[in-house]
Design a protein around this ligand. Structure first.
Ligand SMILES: Nc1ncnc2c1ncn2[C@@H]1O[C@H](COP(=O)(O)OP(=O)(O)O)[C@@H](O)[C@H]1O
Ligand SMILES: [Mg+2]
Length: 209
């Protein structure tokens, strides 16, 4: 299966990295984080390596690694780095590629460019990762509007958290999107529990080209 999928989310800390690790592990694909902002607490790439069990060769190097855990546009300024959008081109790989943005999709990459604009340039489909917790209907429907207004294809929503059936169903119906599944909170969260939870709750066919 040769497919490139962007994993975006309604916010920071919603579970994009954990979901991306599960997906890329199940696909035996490559993972790419274009811009990593914040290096002290372990990078998203390092977490994906740990949670997916993929070899280092499947974790592609970030185009930019910035020190400060904040929006990339600001993290770059703090490090005295200029982010060149032309360097943010999805790498060519054999087989599936999973790309993770940063924060929510209206986070600036530079002062002129939002992540959502980058996704639109790439013409790649996205998975929207959303919490099930209170507040998710608003965040999810806002995110769906922002993606649609840019013509970005939405594969569907991957929920993270405890089951909240009405919130999930409301987002799916009012957003007109597909429910891909829900990753419950895992304790412990490790490569094995994550792979099992993904297999039990998602269908790989939904991610096929
Ligand atoms: N399904 C889950 N079960 C347990 N912990 C999770 C799960 N999803 C995310 N987390 C934890 O929540 C935090 C944020 O998740 P992360 O995937 O890094 O979010 P994001 O990439 O959206 O910022 C991390 O500490 C992560 O380990
Ligand atoms: Mg992340």
């Amino acid at each position: 299966m040769n497919r490139t999928i962007v994993v975006t989310g309604t916010d920071t800390d919603v579970g994009k990295t954990v979901f991306a690790a599960a997906l890329v592990g199940a696909l035996d694909g490559h993972y790419w984080k274009p811009v990593q902002a914040g290096l002290d607490d372990g990078s998203d790439s390092a977490n994906v390596a740990a949670f997916s069990g993929l070899t280092a060769a499947h974790i592609l190097p970030e185009a930019y690694r910035l020190t400060t855990p904040c929006s990339p546009h600001r993290a770059a300024e703090i490090d005295g780095v200029t982010i060149d959008p032309d360097r943010l081109i999805p790498p060519q790989v054999e087989g599936p590629l999973v790309i993770e943005g940063a924060g929510g999709m209206l986070v600036p990459v530079t002062r002129e460019l939002l992540y959502a604009d980058l996704f639109a340039r790439w013409r790649l489909p996205v998975v929207l990762v959303a919490r099930t917790a209170l507040g998710t209907i608003n965040h999810s429907l806002l995110s769906i509007e922002a993606l649609r207004s840019r013509g970005i294809a939405i594969l569907g929503v991957a929920f993270v958290g405890d089951a909240v059936p009405d919130s999930e169903a409301t987002i799916i119906a009012m957003g007109g999107v597909k429910r891909l599944g829900r990753l419950p909170y895992l304790d412990p969260l490790d490569r094995g529990t994550l792979a099992d939870a993904f297999a039990a709750n998602f269908s790989l066919a939904d991610f096929a080209p």
